[in-house]
Design a protein around this ligand. Sequence first.
Ligand code: SF4
Length: 351
Amino acid sequence: MQHEALKLDSDHGNGSYGTAAFEARPIIGNAREKLLDIKGIKKYFPVKNTIGVTKKYVKAVDDVTFHLYEGETYGLVGESGCGKSTLGRTILRLTDPTDGEVFFGGTDIFKLSNSEFRKQRQNLQMVFQDPYSSLNPRKRIGDSIAEPMVIHNIGTSQERMERVFDILEKVGLHADTYYRFPHEFSGGQRQRIGLARALVVNPKLVICDEPVSALDVSIQSQIINLLEDLQEEFGLTYLFVAHDLSVVRHISDRIGVMYLGKMVEEAETDELFANPLHPYTKALLSSIPHPNPKIKQEKIILKGEIPSPINPPSGCNFHTRCPLATDICKQAVPKRVEKRPGHFVACHLAE
Ligand code: SF4
């Protein structure tokens, strides 16, 4: 789907949640083959006391289960510190998982040895919020983009050079980018370079960690359009991590909502916006301004701060801020239940 510029959402007028900046994206892909199957993934960071003994853990990702279909974009949203970026990094084993399974092509990649995983890593790439930090300031851009091919022992040096020129063109950068250095580029151009670096080894999955958060809105739309074009051309699957629901709504086929390390709701994009079931999702959606200022949208203000992931609340970890919390919420962890086809929620009171 080509988007020439940011478009205003049409007037829903049906009580569902609108967005000010982007319009929703239609569902793509009929073949619903799972590319990645994530089961019970956990990432706990140890917290040591003054004498170096681990007494507590930061539960950054706590028992998260979901999957990605081939060719789709799965948006992962939540407030900063909810664990969404850590989840992406854990899937790619950039940080060691505490527990769980991640099946890619039928293989649990958490069980692979480092050398076995290195072979798979070519298929699983990541784009960061700040691509500048992943580029060596003293290396020419062409050499930085070619680096993943060197690591994976792909092609001769001549073939690698040709591939870099090819991928520079695909991401909309001039060929002379090859010979220049990172400091010579703007944020949007650096993100194109980051994309080129990820795509040069022809991956199947790209985890995009807040790829447009640091960019101006007009540049955001260019990068989003580019991501969509590249997805179509190369058949990519994206896990798109972001805190901006407008952006996530625009690009995602399905959305998962995280709170304090847990996935609290998951559904196809239109379904989530039309029928949010979890009180936290409802609060998040209510904070998006409706494109039609005549439509009054009640904003749900959550009380209190996000609790510490070192000592998360008992039962449902949202109960300290939930306007609907009852006694059961303080005692029992709500299970992930499929309330409608493809619409999962973890809440005792969701109907
Ligand atoms: Fe709120 Fe209880 Fe549902 Fe948690 S389980 S979201 S506290 S109603």
